[in-house]
Design a protein around this ligand. Structure first.
Ligand code: SAH
Length: 235
């Protein structure tokens, strides 16, 4: 079910239901905690410095990435359409004494209110949960300043991503709740890059995030066939 706001209420309900686990390092969000240092490394490597930079995290959830960037001195805004993830994020920020400005607003509405306001936009593991991901890409492109960076991460639409992200992660090993992902909503890098380029975002890096189930280690690597992360720069 979706509405003109480009929000899938069933998706929001899914995250609302498990939001209390957001900061449990061994719970349903364990994979996000595991990949977060790699996402932060990828972002800082491209931006050089995030200190004092204005960054907006779109679909911030409980704030794993938002807090980690704020810890480095960035001025972070986190937006999401789920009440529970935002409540958890606000509470956690209070506990850790880190300031993040959390808001319940869609990317499209925020882009109308704040065009070209941010040095960087991050949108991680979110595009595969919305009815119209291209509209989110457009909003991200509108929010970033010329020369600024937009980072996207999502899942590729391949047989391997079905086997690993759905069959293995959800059904066999129960690393994340069954039904977290819908393979039809996964996005090929070529599709995401062509959307980005149509909104004046030049893709300057595309890197895979690989998982080794034996060591439980994640690494940044070349192949984009399952999880991947893009760095785009606004022309
Ligand atoms: N980006 C975070 C959380 C990913 S989980 C991270 O990677 O650590 C996906 C998040 O997207 C959830 O918090 C969910 O509530 C949010 N979301 C889903 N649809 C959304 C929409 N249309 N607008 C804003 N947030 C949305």
């Amino acid at each position: 079910m979706s509405d003109i706001l480009n929000v899938d209420h069933q998706e929001i309900a899914k995250f609302d239901k498990i939001a209390s686990q957001w900061w449990d390092l061994t719970g349903d969000f364990k994979p996000l905690h595991q990949i977060n240092p790699l996402r932060r490394q990828f972002i800082t490597q491209h931006m050089q410095m995030v200190f004092d930079k204005k960054i907006i995290d779109v679909g911030c959830g409980g704030g794993i990435l938002a807090e980690s960037l704020a810890k480095l001195g960035a001025k972070v805004t986190g937006i999401d359409m789920g009440d529970e993830p935002l409540n958890v994020a606000k509470l956690h920020a209070l506990e850790s004494g880190i300031h993040v400005d959390y808001q319940k607003i869609t990317a499209e509405e925020k882009a109308l209110a704040c065009p070209e306001m941010f040095d960087a936009v991050t949108c991680m593991e979110m595009l595969e949960h919305v009815p119209d991901p291209e509209s989110i890409v457009k909003a991200c492109a509108q929010m970033v300043k010329p020369g600024g960076f937009v980072f996207f991460s999502t899942l590729n639409k391949t047989v391997k991503s079905y086997l690993l992200a759905i069959l293995a992660a959800e059904k066999l090993f129960k690393l994340v709740p069954d039904g977290t992902h819908n393979h039809d909503k996964f996005i090929r890098p070529s599709t995401l890059i062509s959307w980005a380029e149509s909104f004046d975002l030049k893709c300057i890096d595309a890197t895979g995030i690989h998982y080794n189930p034996l060591t439980e280690n994640h690494t940044l690597a070349k192949g984009l066939d399952v999880n991947y992360i893009l760095c785009c720069q606004k022309i």
